[in-house]
Design a protein. Structure first.
Length: 167
């Protein structure tokens, strides 16, 4: 296994490990005049859904949560050393990862949360909780895994010198 593949697998597994606490731990807490509210990751899409913005809530759920999680699983399966699928299955995984990578945007959700925090911090006390930081780290791991994945794909399509295959 080449170095790019090893690093991509490490980033995928780290991202998957960080995804669990990002869903389970508090994401943001708000406090004003003794009233407090703790929000979790799924509250970002659910809040939009319950306030009449179901389509936007669905997109946030898909692009910010489901697509990144599924993409991490697909990339991990692509680079797992013990998993040796047929060439057709491997090609299907690569195609699925390439298509899903266009829709996985966890960094956009993280930036949206940060913008919201900066907008409302003058009105209420806002605290970014551990779930947010785990989500941010998982998003970074996904971006690094995708970069390694693209480098691996570029190397696979690059012609070798003098037309000979390299080991």
């Amino acid at each position: 296994m080449r170095r790019e593949q090893q690093s991509a697998l490490a980033f995928c597994l780290t991202g998957l490990l960080l995804a669990a606490p990002s869903f389970l731990l508090p994401f943001v807490s708000l406090n004003k005049f003794g009233n407090s509210r703790v929000c979790f990751l799924l509250n970002t899409a659910g809040g939009l859904w319950h306030h009449g913005l179901a389509v936007l809530g669905g997109w946030v759920l898909f692009c910010g949560m489901l697509a990144p999680l599924v993409l991490l699983f697909i990339l991990a399966a692509t680079f797992a050393p013990g998993f040796a699928p047929s060439a057709k299955v491997h090609q299907g995984l690569v195609r699925a990862a390439t298509m899903l990578a266009q829709w996985a945007m966890p960094e956009v959700l993280a930036l949206g949360v940060l913008v919201s925090v900066f907008k409302v911090r003058d009105l209420v006390n806002v605290r970014l909780e551990p779930g947010f930081w785990c989500y941010l780290a998982a998003a970074l791991m996904l971006l690094l895994a995708l970069r390694s994945f693209k480098l691996t794909l570029a190397d696979a399509h690059e012609p070798s010198p003098r037309g000979k295959e390299l080991p």
